[in-house]
Design a protein around this ligand. Structure first.
Ligand code: NAD
Length: 260
């Protein structure tokens, strides 16, 4: 299958979890991948997995909160692959506290990585997409782009704000042939989620099993986790969709946790 034949895609946070799987599936679909992360061991591992499967990828060191690094790595990726068709703004972290204990520095860190990173990578990417008159911006939102949960003041704020950025980019990008959409996954078992299970159990005063069953999966239709494969399939679909008919949208991939 070559749905993304020669599509050059830059994925941030591609050294782990959801970003890694998106990169692997895009490469399988014919894409050429710029693997961006602060974790260069993780990035190298993703590149190796893609190359071993016969795909094409290269690693780029990028802290999405550092404007010079974002611009430098994006330009280097374009130099390596000749163009840029898809941006997947995916890098992220999670920090949970009740607001009365939430250090402002940690709030700002979440906003900087999720929202600041999306802003900086978009700005760097459209510089290459606009002259081509084509491109797809894909942002990693969350069910928390539409819903709130206790302990997540920073994350919920950042993920809601990403909808605003993506919708603005749908309007600004249209005349340049650039589309902009958000993927909103439910809980996916990645290192980001594994870390918060004991943290939430501690802060909510419940067991880890209760966190998984009630807090994370309680509102799904079937009590199932969303998988990295589910999210990657949606990203491949969005990258390969050709027209502005599909822009400014958010797609909930969450086992029915939220229906909109
Ligand atoms: P993960 O921890 O497995 O991967 C995150 C990656 O981002 C890591 O490789 C990490 O090194 C990288 N990263 C962190 N800070 C960075 C920075 N400043 N610059 C560049 N890279 C950085 O997490 P994941 O679960 O795969 O999360 C990926 C995205 O999916 C995040 O935006 C997250 O909010 C979102 N998401 C995750 C879930 C879930 O349940 N796992 C659900 C909804 C949305």
């Amino acid at each position: 299958m070559a749905k993304l034949k020669d599509n050059v895609a830059l994925v941030t946070g591609a050294g782990s979890g959801i970003g890694r799987e998106i990169a692997i599936e895009m490469a399988k679909a014919g894409g050429r991948l710029a693997i961006c992360d602060i974790d260069m061991d993780g990035a190298a591992q993703t590149v190796k997995m893609i190359e071993e499967a016969g795909g094409e990828a290269a690693p780029f060191e990028m802290d999405v909160t550092n404007e010079d690094q974002v611009n430098g790595a994006t330009d280097a990726a374009v130099e390596r692959f000749g163009r840029l068709d898809t941006l997947v703004s995916n890098a992220g972290v999670q920090i949970v506290h009740p607001i009365e204990d939430f250090p402002y520095a940690e709030f700002r860190k979440i906003i900087d990585i999720h929202l600041g990173g999306a802003f900086l990578t978009t700005k760097a990417a459209v510089k290459h997409m606009y002259p081509q008159k084509s491109g797809s911006l894909i942002y990693m939102g969350s069910v928390h782009s539409h819903e709130a949960s206790p302990l997540k003041a920073a994350y919920v704020s950042a993920k809601h704000a990403i909808l605003g950025l993506a919708r603005t980019m749908a309007k600004e990008g249209a005349k340049h042939g650039v589309r902009s959409n958000v993927i909103c996954p439910g809980f996916v078992r990645t290192p980001l989620v594994d870390k918060q299970i004991p943290e939430q159990a501690r802060d909510l005063g419940i067991t880890e099993e209760e966190v998984v069953k009630n807090v994370m999966l309680g509102a799904t239709v079937d009590g199932e986790f969303t998988t990295v494969q589910d999210v990657a399939d949606m990203a491949v679909f969005l990258a390969g969709f050709d027209t502005n008919a599909l822009t400014g949208q958010s797609f909930l991939v969450s086992h029915g946790w939220v229906m909109k």
